[in-house]
Design a protein around this ligand. Structure first.
Ligand code: ZN
Length: 278
């Protein structure tokens, strides 16, 4: 089939009829070329811009969990079967890395399940104050307000397993608790298999265990938590920033917060972690 194309608007013998050579069209071409140059220029600058952004310090309000992960653009909701319940969030990169790790673990018959992820300042304040005021028992079954009337001692007992509000790694959207909040579960059967798999493989996906057993290398901080894992590509940067920019004066607004200074919460707890997680 032969199509009839209409070339009547372009007369090769008359350049003035070729629209590109009309004055207003030259202006259009000039604009298009300018925009193209601008894009090229910005494209060259992009890696520079990205490095500036990644070099920016994390706001103290973010480190302290004072935001809503449900509406934060860097966060995403964890879906089943990765989590035991809905309504938990992680930073997108941390969740993507977890999904890759989850798939790989599944091949070895290991079923990773997130039981806690991002917790806000308010979440942690509720956990802390429930223990502080004796509404929830400590892990030793005692009510903190009755068993430990001395506030420094009371804070120390809660700090065996719970962070002060504003100081938890769970604020950052990089840290997860897996399968069971109980070290003994990880010492036999399914738990031991999962734990061994994580020890061998977690680092390949960027995860590190910050709360190892306390010894001469890790003399301070929370007790061992075999369930807690941290996504280091983001958490490592925040940890370095805490070393430089965070202090006990940033820890406030909850019952018992005045114990942050005498207990050296930043050096002994926030930074009292497994050396390989720095
Ligand atoms: Zn945890």
């Amino acid at each position: 089939m032969i199509r009839n194309y209409n070339f009547s608007t372009y007369d090769p013998d008359n350049f003035s009829s070729y629209s590109l050579f009309k004055p207003d069209s030259i202006l259009k071409v000039y604009r298009i070329v300018s925009v193209l140059f601008l894009y090229l220029f910005l494209d060259v600058l992009t890696p520079f811009n990205t490095s500036i952004l990644s070099a920016q310090t994390t706001p103290t309000s973010f480190i302290s969990g004072k935001f809503d992960p449900a509406i934060h653009p860097d966060f995403v909701e964890i879906i089943k079967p990765h989590a035991e319940k809905v309504g938990m969030y992680l930073q997108k990169d941390a969740y993507q890395a977890f999904i890759e790790m989850y798939k790989e673990a599944k091949k070895s018959g290991v079923n990773l399940k997130i039981i806690s992820a991002t917790r806000t300042f308010e979440d942690q304040k509720r956990i802390w104050e429930n223990k502080w005021n004796g509404k929830v028992n400590l892990s030793n079954g005692k009510k903190a307000d009755q068993a430990y009337p001395n506030p420094k001692e009371r804070a120390q007992k809660i700090l065996e397993y719970s962070s002060m509000p504003g100081t938890s790694r769970h604020h950052w959207g990089t840290d997860i608790d897996l399968n069971a909040l109980n070290n003994t579960w990880f010492e036999s059967g399914e738990g031991a298999k999962l734990y061994q798999w994580m020890l061998i493989n977690a680092s390949k996906f960027g995860f590190c265990r910050p709360y190892t057993s306390k010894d001469s290398v890790r003399p301070h901080g929370y007790n061992e938590e075999k369930w807690h894992w941290s996504y280091m590509p983001i958490a490592g940067k925040i940890t370095s920033e805490i070393k430089l920019n965070f202090s006990e004066s940033d820890i406030a607004d909850f019952d018992g917060c005045e114990q942050a200074i005498p207990l050296q919460i930043v050096d002994h707890y926030m930074l009292g972690i497994n050396q390989s997680c720095f």
